[in-house]
Ligand binder design. Structure first.
Ligand SMILES: C[S@@+](CC[C@H](N)C(=O)[O-])C[C@H]1O[C@@H](n2cnc3c(N)ncnc32)[C@H](O)[C@@H]1O
Length: 382
């Protein structure tokens, strides 16, 4: 069975979460800045694309070498096994980036790599003209400190594109980040969950998908499904496994509410599309009155950050109301991502833990207020 060196790319600050997911799939991995590296086969590539909730993409590393000159870049690229991977009619655009390297012109590096691959294909297929009319094999040349890494993208559209989010809410959080926040909260389905500022519903939907073991990629396609060099049934097998892994609805509720009725309508629509509508209880409600008699729950939420000066007063009031809601729910844990520098003061309490994360390009903190955990039921002994 053919194995490949695979790189799951991770947003900065979330490498450890992606690594935990990779290990759960059964692969030992190495964690570097922005990436998690492991060895796997065709089925593993399919599983990774289907199951990794927090990674951006899954790439095959085709080669890695040091290059200081365009000649070195061309010669070393040409010797890599492109013709084992790319069929004669492959469409293979080359993207590029270069950081702290002698080869700093990205367009020049892209065209050198393209030329080297074309040359190796021309030699192998004894063909002057390559049509590039077939399936997509997207290649990236990435150079860091003169080390060139050449990768082949197996995902296609980024893995945050689960396919359920059809409408754009105000400042929606990326699905991959929403899933990471839920995983970082260590919430499990035996506890209630809520997002009382749910917007288009992403965090609650990701929580419901985690609770029911819904593979995040189950409803979408991936570039690697068309890769001729991978076993034909890899994705079919991985999809069958994913369908078998589905759990029935849990007993604890997942609540999603927002002050804006159009946002809640959107959240309902997205949850339906994601197949978890029945797992979530939706309501239109301001945080100022948010309350539940349930105990030991977990709130994960992404409030507005007040980037515009005109929003500042509203956001300050909102954070105070969030703090009041927390005091009404003393057994609950609160997990809040925001870029606002005075969040803890306005919320009225210093977080037990916080973690620097990026929401897109915005530097944020993920404030973690850890409530008590429910007592575990003692196993019945006979
Ligand atoms: C940044 S958006 C949340 C985006 C959401 N995570 C998503 O993926 O679509 C913040 C949400 O807070 C809601 N909101 C603002 N003030 C609120 C309040 N006082 N009570 C409840 N929701 C509020 C807004 O309507 C908006 O939908």
């Amino acid at each position: 069975m053919m194995t490949y060196t695979v790189m799951a790319t991770a947003p900065l600050g979330l490498e450890a979460v992606v690594a935990r997911e990779v290990k759960q799939l059964g692969y030992e991995c190495r964690v570097l800045n922005g990436k998690v590296i492991y060895q796997t086969d065709g089925l593993g590539i399919a599983r990774s694309n289907l199951w990794l909730r927090c990674a951006d993409r899954v790439l095959i590393i085709v080669g890695e070498f040091v290059a200081h000159t365009f000649e070195e870049l061309f010669e070393q690229t040409k010797t890599l096994p492109w013709t084992d991977l790319l069929p004669q009619n492959a469409r293979f655009p080359v993207e590029g980036r270069s950081v702290k390297s002698q080869l700093s012109s990205v367009p020049a590096c892209q065209s050198i790599v393209k030329k080297a691959i074309v040359t190796s294909m021309q030699e192998r297929y004894a063909q002057e003209w390559l049509e590039e009319s077939g399936d997509l094999y997207a290649i990236e040349v990435s150079i860091l400190n003169d080390v060139v890494t050449l990768t082949l993208d197996t995902s296609g559209p980024g893995l945050h594109k689960r396919g359920y989010r059809t409408e754009m809410g105000p400042a929606p959080i990326k699905e991959t980040l929403a899933a990471a926040l839920v995983l970082l909260s260590r919430w499990q389905a035996h506890r209630p969950f809520a997002d009382p500022l749910c917007g288009s519903g992403t965090i609650a939907i990701e929580a419901a998908m985690i609770a029911r073991h819904v593979a995040p990629g189950i409803n979408r396609g991936f570039s690697a499904e068309n890769f001729a060099f991978l076993p034909k049934d890899s994705f079919q097998l991985a999809r069958e496994e994913a369908r078998d892994a589905l759990l029935p609805q849990g007993t604890q509720p997942i609540l999603a509410s927002d002050i804006d009725s159009s946002a809640v309508a959107m959240a309902r629509q997205h949850a339906t599309k994601a197949g978890v509508f029945d797992s979530i209880t939706f309501s239109v409600e301001p945080i100022a009155t948010f309350f539940t008699k349930l105990d030991y729950g977990c709130i994960v939420t992404n409030p507005p950050y007040g980037e515009r000066l005109s929003d500042e007063l509203t956001v300050r009031q909102l954070y105070k109301e969030m703090g009041q809601a927390a005091r009404r729910l003393p057994t609950w844990s609160f997990f809040i991502i925001t870029a606002h520098p005075a969040f803890e003061r306005l919320f009225g309490k210093q977080a037990d833990k916080n973690r620097k994360l990026y929401n897109g390009r915005i530097e944020c903190h993920f404030y973690q207020y850890l409530g008590p955990l429910p007592k575990r039921e003692k196993p019945v002994t006979t």
